[in-house]
Design a protein around this ligand. Structure first.
Ligand code: PLP
Length: 397
């Protein structure tokens, strides 16, 4: 029996979430998270995974994971600084640095972990962090772990950023100032204005930090948003995840050797959380090799994304400001968005409604994530379901 005060507190909070329609039920998958999934005994075209390139089930990655597991076991046995660093971890970090075009990289158990680790290792009391208002939850939490002053700027608003950077610098109050942004914003699919951001950073002597979880494997030939803009020399810390396009699990910080040495000496998840399991490391190495050998998967991802996006536009839907494969179909009202998603579901298309408070009120949308593995038939099935649902709800003619 849980503590009675705690139970009644939680029951009241849960009732409140349910009353506001914010309580999420979780349906387990009965299959791999591929282009088609099974749930509750039914089959769906899957437009909800971050498995952009289909690498989660790629045979070469699976084989690499199996071989490494047989050789090194399922777990690494310790944190990185005790004796949980296998030669495999070092190989992965060297490969990631070469792929990103940085001197070094440091791997962590997850992308979320990287933001817990890196922000608080480099920023502290007496510093300031300029943070885009739409930054990912893990960036917000990473900032909270520091004693730095957090200054939010309006989403991708370069005038606001420049003004706040100037004020912070001219105040003379802060020893170090950092700009932190997502590379690709996950709810809209828009790309951060990195060329302007690094200009502002250089004008006011700011540290630059880009969390590129959704850009890695997708933009810049797979190396991400910073490479896409050719800014490898001008960004101090790049966060990547091994859990999305790379298809496995884990995260990394790509940076200079000096920063990497500091992260390995001081960042808390590196010191106090068990390192990535051998199978995940070997599969990630195989994924990076594959991305460097050929752009075939990225090309297929982009051509599927264009197909879905053009199809939705031709039906009369808005897909907002996306510049990446992330494809929001803008609906508006929260209840209508939920109904829309439920109707897609009934037609065998799994695409999630995203509503307030994840996105601003009145901007509810269905978030679609096409992947390299979808066939034209699967995307046509999705578009047919969109057409039928849009008509039934009177949204398109
Ligand atoms: C998904 C995501 C993360 C978390 O990465 P995981 O590897 O899943 O922990 C961090 N930052 C951003 C911007 C993300 O989109």
């Amino acid at each position: 029996m849980a503590n009675a005060t705690l139970s009644s507190f939680i029951q009241a909070q849960l009732a409140d979430l349910k009353a506001k329609g914010l309580y999420n039920t979780i349906e387990p998958l009965e299959s791999a998270n591929g282009p088609v999934i099974r749930m509750g005994g039914r089959t769906f075209v899957n437009l909800s995974s971050n498995n952009y390139l289909g690498l989660a089930t790629d045979k070469r990655l699976v084989d690499a994971a199996v071989q490494a597991t047989i050789r090194f076991g399922v777990g690494s046995g310790a944190v990185r600084t005790i004796n949980g660093t296998l030669t495999l971890h070092v190989d992965l970090e060297e490969k990631l640095a070469a792929f990103k075009g940085t001197e070094a990289a440091v791997a962590y158990p997850s992308g979320f972990n990287c933001n817990m680790a890196a922000i608080s290792a480099v920023m502290g009391d007496g510093d300031a962090i300029l943070s885009d208002e739409l930054n990912h939850a893990s960036i917000i939490d990473g900032c909270r772990l520091t004693k730095a002053k957090v200054i939010r700027y309006a989403h991708s608003d370069m005038d606001d950023l420049r003004e706040k950077a100037r004020e912070a610098r001219e105040s003379g109050q802060y020893a170090k100032i950092m700009i932190i942004t997502d590379g690709v914003f996950s709810m809209d699919g828009d790309i951060a204005k990195l060329p302007e951001i690094v200009d502002i950073a250089e004008t006011y002597d700011l540290i630059t930090y880009v969390d590129d979880a959704h850009g890695s494997g997708v933009l810049g030939g797979g190396a991400g948003t910073v490479k896409h803009f050719g800014l490898q020399e001008r960004v101090d810390l790049q966060i990547g995840t091994l859990s999305k396009a790379v298809g496995v699990v884990g995260g990394y910080v790509a940076c200079s050797q000096t920063i990497a040495d500091w992260l390995k000496a001081r960042s808390r998840p590196f010191l106090f959380s068990t390192s990535l399991p051998p199978g995940a490391v070997a599969a990630s190495i195989a994924a990076i090799d594959r991305l460097q050998e050929s752009r075939e998967l990225q090309d297929r991802l982009w051509s599927n994304a264009r197909y879905l996006q053009n199809g939705l536009r031709e039906l009369g839907f808005s897909i907002g400001s996306t510049a990446t494969p992330i494809t929001p179909c803008m609906i508006g009202d929260e209840d209508v968005t939920q109904r829309f998603s439920a109707m897609l579901h009934e037609q065998g298309v799994y695409a999630k409604a995203i509503v307030f408070p994840t996105v601003p009120k009145g901007t509810g949308r269905i978030r679609n994530m096409p992947t390299a593995e979808h066939t034209p038939e699967m995307l046509d099935q999705a578009l047919a379901a969109y057409e039928k649902t849009g008509r039934a709800l009177g949204m398109i003619g």
